[in-house]
Write a protein that binds this ligand. Sequence first.
Ligand SMILES: [Zn+2]
Length: 164
Amino acid sequence: MARKCTVCEHEKVEEINRLLLEGVSLRNIAKQYFVSAASLHRHKEGHLPAKLVKAQEAQEIAKANNLLDPVVGLRDKALSILATAEQAGDLKTALQGIKEARACLELLARLQGELQERTTVNVLVNPQWITLRTVILKALDGYPEARQAVARALREVESNVVGQ
Ligand SMILES: [Zn+2]
């Protein structure tokens, strides 16, 4: 099909698509944007669905990227905790701390995923997060160095979340 779609090529194609989705009649759109109702019909049946799927995919990808950010931060934190552990010679405890911190971040990521829209909801006041945070720090009570490192990592992660 060599024939070009006058609607796809229209400079106001986004607006036209929106009106089509809102169910505005083809005749009205045709009049407003100087395209034929037949072109609009062809576009609506043939091109619009594919466009919608693409737009949705782009949104999903963007969402996934947002979730990745804290995980990347975690990796850095884990490495710095590991360094502290090596210095303190208490590798076992620190590794435990890393595991716990990772669990925290996984929860955080999941919570963020559940936040449907861009509205600023503060996940840090979520009761599950607060409980988990307290449990982790308490578990490390006997290991002040590891506890400090984990607490610091948590604080950094939390300030990153607030800053987003
Ligand atoms: Zn089209």
